[in-house]
Design a protein around this ligand. Structure first.
Ligand SMILES: CC(C)(COP(=O)(O)OP(=O)(O)OC[C@H]1O[C@@H](n2cnc3c(N)ncnc32)[C@H](O)[C@@H]1OP(=O)(O)O)[C@@H](O)C(=O)NCCC(=O)NCCS
Length: 154
Protein backbone atom coordinates (compact mmCIF):
# COMPACT_ATOMS: atom_id res chain seq x y z
CA UNK A 1 0.00 0.00 0.00
CA UNK A 2 1.40 3.40 -1.02
CA UNK A 3 1.30 5.94 1.78
CA UNK A 4 1.54 9.64 0.96
CA UNK A 5 2.44 12.36 3.43
CA UNK A 6 0.94 15.85 3.22
CA UNK A 7 0.31 18.87 5.42
CA UNK A 8 -2.90 18.58 7.39
CA UNK A 9 -5.62 21.15 6.81
CA UNK A 10 -8.43 22.48 8.94
CA UNK A 11 -10.76 19.89 7.44
CA UNK A 12 -8.59 17.12 8.91
CA UNK A 13 -9.50 18.11 12.46
CA UNK A 14 -12.07 15.30 12.71
CA UNK A 15 -9.54 12.59 11.89
CA UNK A 16 -6.77 14.03 14.05
CA UNK A 17 -9.04 14.53 17.07
CA UNK A 18 -10.82 11.20 16.63
CA UNK A 19 -7.58 9.21 16.51
CA UNK A 20 -6.11 11.26 19.37
CA UNK A 21 -9.14 10.51 21.51
CA UNK A 22 -8.69 6.80 20.84
CA UNK A 23 -5.00 6.66 21.69
CA UNK A 24 -4.33 9.52 24.10
CA UNK A 25 -7.49 9.88 26.25
CA UNK A 26 -6.11 7.40 28.78
CA UNK A 27 -3.47 10.05 29.61
CA UNK A 28 -5.86 12.99 29.95
CA UNK A 29 -8.39 15.10 28.12
CA UNK A 30 -6.66 16.54 25.07
CA UNK A 31 -9.87 17.35 23.20
CA UNK A 32 -9.24 21.09 23.52
CA UNK A 33 -5.48 21.00 22.97
CA UNK A 34 -5.40 19.09 19.68
CA UNK A 35 -7.60 21.50 17.66
CA UNK A 36 -5.52 24.38 19.10
CA UNK A 37 -2.30 22.76 17.92
CA UNK A 38 -3.82 22.03 14.51
CA UNK A 39 -4.88 25.65 14.12
CA UNK A 40 -1.58 27.06 15.44
CA UNK A 41 0.57 28.30 12.53
CA UNK A 42 3.71 27.51 14.57
CA UNK A 43 2.74 23.82 14.66
CA UNK A 44 3.24 21.64 11.59
CA UNK A 45 0.84 18.71 11.32
CA UNK A 46 1.64 15.98 8.82
CA UNK A 47 -0.96 13.52 7.68
CA UNK A 48 -0.29 10.04 6.27
CA UNK A 49 -2.89 8.93 3.72
CA UNK A 50 -3.32 5.61 1.95
CA UNK A 51 -5.59 7.29 -0.61
CA UNK A 52 -6.96 10.80 -0.92
CA UNK A 53 -9.42 11.27 1.93
CA UNK A 54 -8.25 8.10 3.70
CA UNK A 55 -5.90 9.21 6.46
CA UNK A 56 -4.12 6.55 8.49
CA UNK A 57 -1.92 8.59 10.80
CA UNK A 58 -0.52 11.97 11.74
CA UNK A 59 2.36 13.66 13.53
CA UNK A 60 2.85 17.16 14.93
CA UNK A 61 5.95 19.33 15.24
CA UNK A 62 5.94 22.35 17.53
CA UNK A 63 8.62 24.88 18.43
CA UNK A 64 10.23 24.98 21.84
CA UNK A 65 11.08 28.30 23.41
CA UNK A 66 14.80 29.10 23.20
CA UNK A 67 16.67 28.13 26.32
CA UNK A 68 20.00 29.22 27.83
CA UNK A 69 20.84 32.54 26.19
CA UNK A 70 18.85 31.61 23.10
CA UNK A 71 21.87 29.80 21.66
CA UNK A 72 19.69 26.89 20.86
CA UNK A 73 16.39 26.41 19.16
CA UNK A 74 14.70 23.09 19.58
CA UNK A 75 11.53 21.48 18.34
CA UNK A 76 9.11 19.13 19.97
CA UNK A 77 7.41 16.12 18.49
CA UNK A 78 4.01 16.86 20.04
CA UNK A 79 2.19 13.74 18.90
CA UNK A 80 2.39 10.79 16.53
CA UNK A 81 -0.31 8.20 15.99
CA UNK A 82 -1.27 5.56 13.43
CA UNK A 83 -4.67 3.86 13.17
CA UNK A 84 -4.65 0.39 14.73
CA UNK A 85 -5.26 -1.44 11.40
CA UNK A 86 -2.15 0.08 9.80
CA UNK A 87 0.40 -0.30 12.56
CA UNK A 88 3.71 -2.09 12.17
CA UNK A 89 3.91 -1.14 8.47
CA UNK A 90 6.53 1.58 8.91
CA UNK A 91 4.09 4.53 8.86
CA UNK A 92 4.98 5.77 12.35
CA UNK A 93 8.70 5.70 11.49
CA UNK A 94 8.06 7.61 8.24
CA UNK A 95 6.07 10.25 10.10
CA UNK A 96 8.80 10.76 12.71
CA UNK A 97 11.48 10.94 9.98
CA UNK A 98 9.41 13.58 8.17
CA UNK A 99 9.12 15.55 11.43
CA UNK A 100 12.93 15.38 11.74
CA UNK A 101 13.32 16.63 8.17
CA UNK A 102 10.96 19.54 8.84
CA UNK A 103 12.75 20.39 12.08
CA UNK A 104 16.13 20.49 10.29
CA UNK A 105 14.60 22.63 7.55
CA UNK A 106 13.47 25.06 10.28
CA UNK A 107 17.08 25.15 11.62
CA UNK A 108 16.14 23.36 14.80
CA UNK A 109 19.17 21.76 16.41
CA UNK A 110 17.33 19.28 18.55
CA UNK A 111 14.07 17.39 18.66
CA UNK A 112 12.46 16.47 21.94
CA UNK A 113 9.36 14.52 22.90
CA UNK A 114 7.59 13.12 25.91
CA UNK A 115 6.12 9.67 26.06
CA UNK A 116 4.53 7.58 28.78
CA UNK A 117 7.14 5.47 30.56
CA UNK A 118 4.93 2.44 29.99
CA UNK A 119 4.59 3.04 26.21
CA UNK A 120 7.19 0.49 25.21
CA UNK A 121 6.17 0.49 21.53
CA UNK A 122 6.72 4.24 21.21
CA UNK A 123 9.95 4.08 23.22
CA UNK A 124 11.27 1.38 20.92
CA UNK A 125 10.35 3.39 17.83
CA UNK A 126 12.11 6.51 19.15
CA UNK A 127 15.16 4.60 20.39
CA UNK A 128 15.53 2.95 16.97
CA UNK A 129 15.68 6.43 15.45
CA UNK A 130 18.39 7.62 17.83
CA UNK A 131 16.39 9.38 20.54
CA UNK A 132 17.86 9.01 24.03
CA UNK A 133 16.12 9.31 27.38
CA UNK A 134 16.98 12.58 29.06
CA UNK A 135 14.59 13.05 31.99
CA UNK A 136 12.01 11.07 33.90
CA UNK A 137 8.91 12.98 34.97
CA UNK A 138 6.79 11.45 37.72
CA UNK A 139 3.02 11.99 37.28
CA UNK A 140 3.50 14.02 34.11
CA UNK A 141 0.13 13.42 32.46
CA UNK A 142 -3.23 14.77 33.69
CA UNK A 143 -4.28 11.20 34.54
CA UNK A 144 -1.15 10.65 36.63
CA UNK A 145 1.13 8.49 34.45
CA UNK A 146 4.85 9.11 34.45
CA UNK A 147 6.69 10.16 31.32
CA UNK A 148 10.14 10.16 29.79
CA UNK A 149 11.58 13.07 27.88
CA UNK A 150 13.63 11.80 24.95
CA UNK A 151 15.79 13.92 22.71
CA UNK A 152 17.89 13.74 19.57
CA UNK A 153 20.45 16.17 18.17
CA UNK A 154 19.68 17.03 14.56
C1 LIG B 1 3.71 4.41 18.26
C2 LIG B 1 3.06 4.26 16.87
C3 LIG B 1 2.83 5.64 16.28
C4 LIG B 1 4.02 3.45 15.97
O1 LIG B 1 3.47 3.46 14.66
P1 LIG B 1 3.71 2.26 13.63
O2 LIG B 1 3.33 2.74 12.29
O3 LIG B 1 3.08 1.03 14.11
O4 LIG B 1 5.32 2.10 13.75
P2 LIG B 1 6.29 1.44 12.67
O5 LIG B 1 5.60 0.37 11.92
O6 LIG B 1 6.93 2.54 11.89
O7 LIG B 1 7.37 0.75 13.63
C5 LIG B 1 8.57 1.39 13.91
C6 LIG B 1 9.27 0.70 15.08
O8 LIG B 1 8.51 0.87 16.28
C7 LIG B 1 8.64 -0.30 17.08
N1 LIG B 1 7.33 -0.96 17.16
C8 LIG B 1 6.21 -0.60 16.50
N2 LIG B 1 5.19 -1.42 16.87
C9 LIG B 1 5.69 -2.28 17.77
C10 LIG B 1 5.13 -3.34 18.52
N3 LIG B 1 3.82 -3.69 18.42
N4 LIG B 1 5.93 -4.02 19.37
C11 LIG B 1 7.23 -3.69 19.49
N5 LIG B 1 7.83 -2.67 18.80
C12 LIG B 1 7.07 -1.99 17.96
C13 LIG B 1 9.63 -1.19 16.39
O9 LIG B 1 10.91 -0.81 16.80
C14 LIG B 1 9.39 -0.80 14.95
O10 LIG B 1 10.47 -1.09 14.10
P3 LIG B 1 10.52 -2.53 13.36
O11 LIG B 1 9.15 -2.77 12.76
O12 LIG B 1 11.62 -2.36 12.37
O13 LIG B 1 10.82 -3.50 14.46
C15 LIG B 1 1.71 3.46 16.96
O14 LIG B 1 1.94 2.26 17.65
C16 LIG B 1 0.60 4.24 17.63
O15 LIG B 1 -0.13 5.02 17.00
N6 LIG B 1 0.42 4.03 18.96
C17 LIG B 1 -0.62 4.75 19.72
C18 LIG B 1 -0.26 6.20 19.88
C19 LIG B 1 1.05 6.39 20.60
O16 LIG B 1 1.35 5.73 21.57
N7 LIG B 1 1.85 7.37 20.11
C20 LIG B 1 3.13 7.73 20.69
C21 LIG B 1 2.85 8.63 21.81
S1 LIG B 1 4.27 9.50 22.31
Amino acid sequence: MMIALRNAETADVGFVCGLSREVFSRYGDYSGVLPDWLANPAVQTILAEEAPGQPVGFAMLGPRPPRRLALYLGGELLAVAVVAERRREGIGRRLVLEIERRARAANMRELRLSTASTNLVARRLYASLGFAVRTHYIRFYPSGQSALEMAKRL
